[in-house]
Design a protein around this ligand. Structure first.
Ligand SMILES: Nc1ncnc2c1ncn2[C@@H]1O[C@H](COP(=O)(O)OP(=O)(O)O)[C@@H](O)[C@H]1O
Ligand SMILES: [Mg+2]
Length: 234
């Protein structure tokens, strides 16, 4: 077993009085891809927000490398190497693609005055869109922009919340290709995804969540994706 980069220990998270995550244990090793699966409403987004520090747990621990992040602010986590691409993306709609890419993300150590070439290597489509407003892009193009922006903060761990949701198939292929390239550079990935085949082609390990609890986990090699399908269909 490789040493964990991210380790969640008995995490319990609530919205007000309603407990959403219950005793969640989860690990992601450096450079590894893990997918988190589960039906709508089970707590997947809540888990990613808890890893990012947007939500604070009632109990349990969020460990990252040698640090205990349980009480750390989101900016600290971002600066330490956790990059979060939220569900629904959240780029700046009024800014151009170029400005979305080069303007300060708080977590970024280095300022840019031009868009780094690596962005186009991963997402060639963005090159022709530089002067378009973020809000005028298609959903798939916004997803590419959101991932590209976060990568410029040099994360060690990338949290992706349903990157294929509502996106047309041809662009899903481009996004998949880019995510595989990102993994090949050694970035660890925690992927929340409903599109099982997509998740299986990327992930080394999987977790299945039901009602805020992990009910199944293992290596994606040891089991076909159809075996977890039963936990996902309604
Ligand atoms: N801001 C919030 N306040 C109260 N309850 C919430 C909030 N966000 C999500 N929930 C509830 O928490 C549960 C888990 O939601 P979520 O983490 O978004 O699920 P998933 O991402 O797996 O679809 C759901 O029952 C949802 O209604
Ligand atoms: Mg969600």
């Amino acid at each position: 077993m490789k040493e964990a980069l991210l380790k969640l220990e008995k995490l319990n998270v609530a919205y007000g009085e309603s407990l959403i995550l219950r005793d969640v244990d989860l690990e992601v090793a450096a450079g590894e891809a893990v997918c988190l699966l589960g039906r709508n409403g089970v707590g997947k987004t809540t888990l990613l927000k808890s890893i990012m520090g947007i939500l604070k747990p009632k109990s349990g621990k969020v460990l990252f490398g040698k640090d205990d992040f349980t009480q750390s602010r989101p900016e600290v986590r971002a600066q330490s190497g956790i990059g979060y691409v939220p569900q629904g993306r959240e780029i700046f709609p009024q800014l151009s693609v170029r400005d979305n890419l080069i303007l300060g993300l708080a977590a970024r150590a280095q300022a840019f005055d031009a868009v780094p070439e690596e962005v186009y290597e991963l997402f060639p489509a963005l090159k022709d869109l530089l002067h378009r407003k973020g809000g005028d892009l298609s959903g798939g193009q916004q997803q590419q922009l959101a991932i590209a922006r976060i990568l410029l903060t040099r994360p060690k761990l990338l949290l992706l919340d349903e990157p294929t949701e509502g996106i047309q198939p041809s662009i899903i292929d481009e996004i998949e290709d880019a995510i595989h390239k990102i993994k090949a550079t050694g970035v660890a990935i925690l992927l929340v995804e409903q599109y099982l085949q997509f998740a299986w082609r990327l992930a080394d390990n999987y977790y299945v969540m039901e009602k805020g609890t992990i009910i199944s986990k293992g290596s994606t090699e040891s089991i076909g994706e159809e075996a977890v399908q039963q936990h996902l269909t309604v």
